[in-house]
Design a protein around this ligand. Structure first.
Ligand SMILES: [Zn+2]
Length: 419
């Protein structure tokens, strides 16, 4: 069964449970510290439409709903096994990390929940983590209880989960390689590996040779697979090219698990290069940032959005806040050129605490070009001098506007973003 399609809420489902879905979108919006205006901007729907949809004065299409969910960094997921169909939708955050999901599987309330996490969300998380396009891969996410139906309880089977990726455009016939993970959540065991679909033993050997995989590693995996044959099927024993087994303590080191995943994919690329002379190297290892991070990476957190900046500029005297004697040149509008800078930078942490207030006059300072450049490009000491002078001047203003910020937070937010 393909969980990718099964759990992606279709048009019929969304229109039948439309109200519940829109409520969910509203909750997800505020949970992310976003406003309707942000949704309008990210979706391109325009503020009136988003407002009407959220107020229930306009019915969005199923596609619109998915579009809004996408802007929130999630997909609308449908669990057909839910007892109450109204409760049968959830918002799956695509940005949840591979390792976060891994830790969630053993805590899943039901096997069906575990299937959704492993068979759908984790697939997306892995693709995101490796920067891959789902369209390029045949994805085989299997999580079936074998035999015993009793799950996760006493005496239950050790249900292994398996997520395999085969590049769609590289192979023909049966000579394909796949990379993927096999997980036994119950026993905290995970295998990262490359497998060959070819039945020829010779070919498997050739592949191992191409990657210089030591025999000892293969032997170790084969012993492991034999001991775990309840959840590692035979075809993933015989055709192993390279494998990395992590268990118990290793399971607690997230970075190590991520590295193992990245290494596995790099080996996959190396193998394809060696055997097919095809370069899959135009992939990125960048984890997908959250929607808010994306939003802030597009806009410079050290400046206001242009329309806000223009408005604030009109309200300020054109002198540098650090020292009114600082020299200014005439700008394109023939007025003295100054920069209007957010005292508290528009970073996600600050945004989630203070919201839209960050874009108000209370959070703005005026700097001469030199001081603005010092704040952006100076070393720690140079930056601190500017931040400290803005802080002492505006501390009270900020507090009165319910933005009670600590100097140490200000320093850290400015330093982390303005490298
Ligand atoms: Zn200045």
């Amino acid at each position: 069964m393909n969980y990718l399609s099964e759990y992606n809420a279709g048009d019929a489902y969304i229109s039948e449970y439309y109200d519940a879905v829109v409520d969910g979108l509203k909750v997800a919006t505020s949970a992310k510290g976003l406003k309707q205006a942000d949704i309008a901007e990210m979706t391109g729907f325009g503020a009136p439409k988003v407002n009407k949809v959220f107020k229930g004065n306009q019915t969005a299409t199923a596609d619109d709903c998915r579009h809004i969910a996408r802007a929130l960094g999630c997909v609308i997921r449908h669990d057909p096994k839910a007892k109450d169909p109204r409760e049968g939708y959830k918002f799956a955050y695509q940005t949840e990390s591979f390792t976060a999901l891994l830790h969630r599987i053993p805590e899943a309330e039901s096997f069906s929940e575990a299937c959704i996490i492993a068979g759908y969300e984790m697939v997306v998380a892995i693709l995101n983590h490796l920067g891959l396009d789902a369209k390029d891969y045949i994805i085989d996410a299997v999580n079936r209880p074998r035999g015993n139906k009793k799950l996760f309880g006493e005496g239950s089977h050790d249900d292994g989960l398996r997520i395999m990726f085969t590049h769609r455009h590289v192979f023909k016939d049966s000579d394909s390689f796949k990379f993927g993970v096999m997980i036994s959540p119950k026993n905290k065991k995970i295998v990262f590996g490359l497998w060959c679909d070819s039945e020829t033993e010779y070919y498997v050997g050739e592949c191992r040779e191409a990657l210089n995989v030591p025999d000892s590693e293969i032997d170790e995996y084969l012993r492991f697979a034999k001991a775990n044959e309840r959840w590692i099927p035979r075809r993933y024993r015989d055709n192993i090219i390279d494998a990395l087994v992590e268990q118990d303590d290793d399971f607690d080191n997230d970075r190590e698990l991520e590295l193992a995943l990245e290494t596995t994919f790099q080996e996959y690329c190396r193998l394809i290069k060696a055997e097919k002379n095809i370069d899959l190297a135009d992939y990125s290892m960048q984890a997908i940032p959250s929607t808010l991070d994306l939003m802030f990476s597009i806009s410079d957190p050290g400046s206001f959005p242009p329309e806000v900046r223009a408005e604030l500029l009109n309200e300020h005297d054109r002198v540098c806040d650090v020292d009114s004697e600082h020299e200014l040149f005439d700008g394109a509008d023939d007025k003295p050129y100054v920069e209007v800078i957010p005292v508290i930078p528009l970073v996600p942490e600050a945004f989630s605490r203070y919201g839209e207030a960050l874009k108000s006059k209370a959070n703005s300072a005026v700097l001469c070009p030199m001081c603005a450049a010092k704040l952006r490009h100076g070393n720690a000491d140079v930056k601190e001098e500017i931040i400290y002078s803005m802080y002492s001047k505006y501390k009270k203003h900020l507090k009165d506007a319910h933005m009670d910020v600590q100097l140490v937070e200000l320093l850290s937010w400015h330093n982390t973003i303005m490298r």
